[in-house]
Design a protein around this ligand. Structure first.
Ligand SMILES: Nc1ncnc2c1ncn2[C@@H]1O[C@H](COP(=O)(O)OP(=O)(O)OP(=O)(O)O)[C@@H](O)[C@H]1O
Length: 292
């Protein structure tokens, strides 16, 4: 659906995107992940054609209708939800019965049908975020680009947004979803692109990224210290009152620990296989935590 080839973007002398190349296939949900300032919004604005002064190639395979959900909520607070939808609907060229019908569908989709006449200034942060999404989908876009759509909202609205993304996927939409919450990317996306300092440091399906980079670990907690020779299995770090051993031989390491505790006749509180998660992969590739 969309190809980015060697994209560069500068603000003055500062390079904020450097040699970005990406393929986005139709019907997938791609997560753009990176810490604050990594360049996610700039990249999204290039894809949405809001920023046009960049170098490199941006190519769409068909004619694609884009729905863009900006990071900063862009609504008129002094009028109702419905009036905001009407304004955006007209911008997309909708009018009359078609606009009316679409507004009522969207109000249902975003869960605001009962609040349609209320002024936006009376809405919670989560309701505003949902309306912000509603304004971007009125024209039934094929590609929905969402820039950190869940920042600073209540858990119910967050769940509502997740379910909306699921429905968009089921309807065959292509989605680009920027976030610095890795668990959202794991929950929602098929593929991910990790961005740091304006560069893509890794991308692929979530499964591929995990298989390529994630090292399994075991967690051990108990009365005894770890056996000296545990270092032969991999690196050891203290965590939550116990130890994490990163190892490519997790089952052998577990057996080794079990044997050790049996011989010492000591109590083992916990011995667990820890599944690798994307957050750890991001950290190992960039040395950065994603949290604020
Ligand atoms: N209009 C602008 N003029 C100058 N610098 C800018 C402008 N917009 C963004 N930047 C800078 O470009 C870099 C990338 O910003 P961008 O907003 O794309 O990152 P981001 O990954 O979306 O981060 P955030 O989650 O904080 O929005 C940052 O250093 C930012 O300060």
């Amino acid at each position: 659906m969309l190809t980015l080839n060697g994209i560069y973007k500068n603000y003055g002398k500062k390079t904020v995107l450097s040699n970005i190349s990406l393929q986005v296939s139709k019907g997938i949900c791609l997560g753009l992940v990176g810490p604050n300032g990594a360049g996610k919004s700039t990249l999204i604005k290039i894809i949405a054609s809001i920023i046009q002064d960049y170098r490199g190639e941006l190519r769409f395979s068909d004619s694609v209708r884009i729905g863009y959900v900006p990071q900063d909520i862009s609504l008129e607070e002094t009028v109702s939800a419905k009036d905001n939808l009407q304004f955006f609907g007209r911008l997309y060229g909708l009018s009359g019965k078609a606009l009316k019908e679409r507004i009522s569908e969207v109000l249902k989709e975003i869960g605001l049908e009962k609040r349609e006449k209320d002024k936006v200034q009376t809405f919670s942060g989560g309701m505003k975020r949902r309306l912000n999404i509603g304004c971007a989908i009125l024209h039934e876009p094929d590609l929905i680009i969402m820039d950190e759509p869940t920042v600073g909202i209540d858990p119910q609205s967050r769940q509502h947004i997740f379910q909306m993304v699921d429905r968009f996927r089921e309807a065959g939409k292509t989605i680009i979803y920027a976030s610095h919450y890795m668990e959202e990317i794991e929950r929602l996306c098929d593929e991910a692109a990790f961005i740091d300092h304006g560069k893509i440091v890794e991308n692929g399906t979530i499964q591929q990224i995990l298989q390529k980079h994630a090292v399994p670990s075991i967690f051990v907690k108990g009365g005894n210290a770890l056996p000296d020779k545990i270092n032969e299995f991999g690196s050891v770090a203290a965590k939550n009152g116990g130890y994490i051993v990163q190892t490519n031989r997790p089952l052998d390491a577990m057996e080794f620990v079990l044997q050790f505790y049996k011989e010492k006749n000591d109590q083992l509180e916990r011995l667990e296989l820890v599944q690798p998660i994307l957050e750890d992969v991001f950290f190992s590739l960039t040395g950065k935590e994603l949290r604020d």
